[in-house]
Design a protein around this ligand. Structure first.
Ligand code: NAP
Length: 473
């Protein structure tokens, strides 16, 4: 009958989900009539901030995204998001309030309990997520440009890593939608064993996601894709300083066919929006990536409010140990990549390098030679190696980190200064002679600062113990 209707209605496009979602004949007829009138899709109205940059026109939604619509914040407040390359304003952005959180959670709850998302066949859900990944790929240049403007990521890296890995993440999890299975478990050890129990995995409901600013879209992808694939709905707060790629993502999600209310994006402050999310009684789980102190606070609020589930990906201080029998060119290349990748704003950065004494001086010399070759500049320029730090407060924190290093007696070999040009650029920096008790040895910088400690030739046990003795509390 479906094929007959398609033929009689002049090639009217009907999808499997249109048929499955119309569970009675009356619903089906209504849907066919609406589709043939072109009334089936609600029009999405977007007030863009538009820029002509990087040889393209970039169109950026800047309002909160609640229940499938871009709307002003409840109290009408906005703030400016800043381009770290020159300190200019990219766009105003809605500054969400607690009332916006409550609206977004109500929309996500309704979408979960009464909307299409919850009823949809898992394979159809997967198809929508594949479509979303395809749309992100189609818009990858625009997304990478937004990421460069808003976070200072070097464009070539943004294209491959920030956006490329986000696309791949959605594609990967789209494939999971119809493969989320439980187990069949024997419950009796006696023979013959004919007693079985089974588990069936169900989505939790409304999930909250709070993310940092270093890889804005990738952090969104890592947390949201699995959450959506499992059939949950979500309310996401991007970092206040990098909201634009998340809002563009919301636009693409509508185009991909995600039903209204399934994704809600709330730009605003952690203390207000993030805190309300961790306390909200209708949220069943919160996923957070960010600093250890805020992670602790969130875990506490999640417990005290409604014992919601919580997952935390927090700070780190990973060691990299370089022994004297290494290929030194390779060690220099890898050491520099581990510290300076994405201007050091990298949660898997090498927070501390241990270098065996007999190669220490040569290693240091080669690192400094390589730093001098790095091109610092506009992240949209394809030959740039090192862009600006993400925002001013972060640059200030990094300069202060270096001052503490100098005061405590570490040897400053290179950098530790702001680059004399507009924007928030910092010279790639190297410290050595860092002793275990020093601030630099214990605290994560989250910036382009190489922290080197020597170890005596052959002292393998000693260096392993030192490398493992960080306590991120
Ligand atoms: P942060 O200050 O903890 O902020 C992270 C997010 O939490 C932001 O969206 C922030 O909002 C929000 N927030 C702040 N206070 C909150 C509260 N009371 N309740 C709920 N949310 C709140 O961290 P950051 O400075 O953005 O990021 C740097 C840290 O993240 C580093 O320690 C780094 O290691 C870690 N990180 C870890 C990973 C990982 O995978 N393990 C990845 C990336 C980063 P605002 O935007 O208003 O500040």
């Amino acid at each position: 009958m479906v094929e007959e209707i398609k033929q009689k209605c002049n090639g009217l496009e009907l999808q499997n989900e249109d048929v499955y979602m119309a569970t009675t004949f009356g619903d089906f007829i209504q849907m066919v009539v609406k589709k043939s009138r072109g009334e089936d899709e609600e029009e999405l109205v977007i007030d863009y901030a538009t820029l002509h940059v990087n040889n393209m026109t970039v169109k950026m939604p800047y309002q909160c995204f609640i229940n499938g619509q871009f709307v002003d914040a409840d109290n009408g407040k906005t703030y400016n998001t800043i381009n770290p390359t020159d300190g200019s304003v990219i766009s105003k952005v809605s500054y969400c309030s607690v009332a916006d959180v409550d609206k977004a959670v109500a929309a996500a709850k309704d979408a979960f309990e009464n909307g299409e998302w919850g009823k949809m066949n898992a394979r159809d859900r997967g198809r929508i997520l594949y479509r979303l990944a395809d749309l992100m790929e189609e818009h990858q240049e625009e997304l990478a440009t937004i990421e460069s403007l808003d976070s200072g990521a070097v464009y070539t890296l943004a294209l491959k890593t920030h956006i490329g890995m986000s696309v791949q993440t959605f594609r990967y999890f789209a494939g999971w939608c119809d493969k989320i299975q439980g187990s069949t478990i024997p419950i009796n050890q006696a023979r013959p064993n004919r007693n079985l129990t089974f588990t069936k995995k169900e989505p939790l409901g409304v999930c909250a996601i709070v993310i940092p600013w270093n890889y804005p879209l990738m952090m969104l992808a890592w947390k949201s894709a699995a959450c959506l694939a499992a059939g949950n709905t979500l309310v996401l707060k991007p970092a206040q300083v990098t909201p634009l790629s998340a809002l563009k993502f919301a636009e693409l999600a509508v185009k991909a066919g995600l039903p209204k209310g399934v994704i809600n994006i709330l730009p605003g402050s952690g203390g207000l929006v993030g805190q309300r999310l961790s306390e909200h009684p209708d949220i069943r789980k919160l996923g957070f990536t960010g600093s250890t102190p805020i992670g602790k606070q969130i875990m506490k609020s999640c417990a005290v409010s409604n014992l919601k589930k919580v997952s935390l990906e927090l700070g780190g201080k990973s060691p990299l140990i370089i022994f004297n029998d290494c290929d030194l060119d390779k060690a220099v290349r890898m050491g520099m990549g581990a510290v300076y990748f994405n201007k050091g704003e990298n949660c898997i950065a090498a927070g501390r390098l241990f270098v065996e004494e007999s190669i220490h001086d040569e290693f240091l010399k080669r690192v400094v030679d390589e730093i001098k070759k790095m091109k610092i500049g506009d992240p949209l320029d394809r030959s740039t190696d090192h862009g600006p730090q993400n925002h001013k407060a972060h640059l200030d924190k990094l300069l202060e980190y270096c001052e503490i290093g100098v005061k405590e007696g570490a040897t400053l070999v290179y950098g530790a200064k702001q680059v004399p040009r507009p924007g928030y650029f910092m010279e790639p920096t190297v410290f050595t002679d860092v002793e275990d008790h020093m601030y630099l040895a214990k605290e994560e910088s989250f910036g382009p600062i190489m922290v080197i400690s020597k170890f005596k030739d052959g002292e393998i046990d000693g260096v392993l113990q030192r490398a493992n003795s960080t306590n991120m509390d």
